[in-house]
Design a protein around this ligand. Sequence first.
Ligand SMILES: CC(C)(COP(=O)(O)OP(=O)(O)OC[C@H]1O[C@@H](n2cnc3c(N)ncnc32)[C@H](O)[C@@H]1OP(=O)(O)O)[C@@H](O)C(=O)NCCC(=O)NCCS
Length: 149
Amino acid sequence: MQPLFRPLSAVDLDAMQRVEQAAHAHPWSRRLLADSFGERYFTGSFWLREQLLGYFIADRILDESTLMNICVSPAWQGQGLGRQLMEQYLCGCEQRGLTRLWLEVRASNLPAQALYHSCGYVENGRRRHYYQSASGSEDAVLMQMLVQK
Ligand SMILES: CC(C)(COP(=O)(O)OP(=O)(O)OC[C@H]1O[C@@H](n2cnc3c(N)ncnc32)[C@H](O)[C@@H]1OP(=O)(O)O)[C@@H](O)C(=O)NCCC(=O)NCCS
């Protein structure tokens, strides 16, 4: 059975929080997740038999978008879902005419960086000591992709 793709809505909050806490070492709060349904944001998610497998949250301003959050439930990682979420995100950007794409990722998060590189993002800077980490702090890697219209 193929996972179903659809946008998230406020009724998905409990499922999002479960995946968020399982997937991320530093998960977003429920409040932050709940704030992701405003006009400024767009989202996507994969579901199998009412189980949330993974999702993305992005914002949009003029022709720019920032990928704010992407995660796949640990049991489903490494099976191509993260790449499918990225494809859906990029498709959503194209449909909305968003051409300047940004994201930030922890310097230690090499799997996510590999995914972003393979989708066409390039590193264009770092914010030193931007994130809290187990060892104190770590850098944010800033990545950008410019899409031709
Ligand atoms: C990053 C994440 C979304 C990727 O999702 P996924 O479903 O595991 O990824 P996929 O199976 O689609 O793999 C896509 C690519 O990611 C990279 N990747 C995935 N797992 C990897 C690993 N363990 N080591 C190195 N690269 C890895 C590879 O480039 C892979 O492409 P390939 O299969 O052609 O080599 C997922 O690991 C996750 O939820 N991580 C925790 C949350 C997180 O870190 N989010 C990003 C915050 S910026």
